[in-house]
Design a protein around this ligand. Structure first.
Ligand code: SF4
Length: 365
């Protein structure tokens, strides 16, 4: 049976640009009303074209929590009258520097049922080095406020490889995730993305590859001790609290992304909107980015998941068994401890996840 699609709404506004960030955003928040009206217009346009149903909605950014909660509610109502099913997972990314107590009540009453809070670190010196506007105290307050408003599905984002981060400071951040008793943690490695200020002027004290591996393995170890199950290279959750929306990306399901810079996978095609809010506010047609969902791409995405490649799912999707050459190469890598082989398929080990790009390109030949 075909899975339901996911909807992503990009909110391209931020208080200021963080020096490491490559996501499309601008700081002119006065455009928020016009922007949301236009998002609703694109939702109608897409629904008329696809007439499909969705069971997840994700507000990402940018900083979705920077705009008025009523505007988020407007989008939710539009999506509910078109794509969205009842009981859908509705996630909002929250910057701890932006949301007050009333905002969390407003988000909850608007129908948002999952918040992903950009903690990054529990150490104020690290937050400062990242150019973040919040302090650790703001993260703690945001989690308490979210809980008080009724949220019981809370995720925290951590960053690995922050300048001068060491195992002690990382442990403090992970300990705090456990103490705050949240349901989900994402941990992303700092990358110097082209076009960012960190790329042009790399800060001192960034972890080298070996140290990044140590930080990653420490994260895997500690989160598992605290009862978080790893289900994807960068994601851990308590049982049953995996991000349903993000799982659609790794499971190669269809999703629709609306907003400048947003990507979609629809009817076997990858498409995207240009990173230009002016054009989006006028009337922008999406660009074609080629065919999607072939065997190599499916393998690459599914191997990010702990579940990995499963023969039954492969058969359902491609009407054939996993190609023998993939299995043979996976078997070779299992001898180096990079791949786990089982009767139903194969997956990456923690060591394999650290070098996932090389492992995947080896397996796909
Ligand atoms: S990291 Fe978040 S808050 Fe900072 S510029 Fe990027 S999207 Fe905006």
């Amino acid at each position: 049976m075909k899975s339901l699609m996911g909807l992503y709404i990009h909110i391209p506004f931020c208080l200021k640009k963080c020096p490491y960030c490559d996501f499309y955003s601008i700081t002119n928040i006065d455009l928020q009303e016009r922007y949301i009206d236009k998002v609703c217009y694109y939702i109608d346009r897409w629904y008329a074209k696809t007439n499909q149903k969705a069971d997840t909605l994700y507000f990402g950014g940018g900083t979705p929590s920077i705009i008025k909660a009523q505007l988020l509610e407007k989008v939710i109502n539009k999506v509910k009258s078109t794509f969205l099913l009842d009981k859908a997972e509705i996630t909002l990314e929250v910057n701890p520097a932006t949301a007050n107590e009333q905002d969390f009540y407003d988000y909850f009453n608007a129908g948002i049922n999952r918040v992903s809070i950009g903690m990054q670190s529990a150490n104020d010196n690290e937050l400062k080095l990242l150019g973040r506007m919040h302090k650790n105290d703001d993260t703690i307050k945001a989690v308490y406020r979210a809980k008080k408003a009724g949220f019981n599905n809370i995720s925290l984002d951590l960053m690995l490889g922050i300048p001068y981060q060491d195992e002690i400071s990382l442990k403090k951040s992970i300990d705090q995730c456990a103490e705050l008793d949240v349901q989900h943690v994402s941990a992303y490695m700092l990358k110097l993305e082209q076009g960012t200020s960190f790329y042009n002027n790399p800060p001192k004290g960034i972890a080298d590859e070996d140290y990044m591996c140590d930080l990653y393995l420490l994260t895997c170890d500690l989160l598992s001790k605290y009862g978080f199950d790893q289900y994807e290279i960068s994601n851990w959750s308590k049982k049953g609290y995996e991000s349903k929306h993000n799982l659609k990306y790794w499971d190669c399901c269809e999703y629709l992304g609306i907003g400048p810079g947003a990507h979609s996978f629809i009817n076997g095609r990858r498409i995207y909107y240009e990173r230009n809010i002016d054009k989006f506010l006028y009337n922008m047609d999406e660009k074609d980015d080629g065919e999607g969902g072939n065997k190599e791409e499916y393998l690459m995405l599914r191997l990010r998941l702990n579940e990995g490649i499963k023969n039954k799912l492969w058969q359902d999707r491609f009407n054939e068994n996993i190609p023998k050459e993939y299995l043979q190469r996976a078997l070779q890598l299992s001898k180096n401890g990079l791949v786990n082989i089982n009767g139903n398929g194969f997956s990456l080990t923690s060591k394999g996840m650290l070098v996932s790009n090389s492992v995947i390109s080896y397996i796909t030949g």
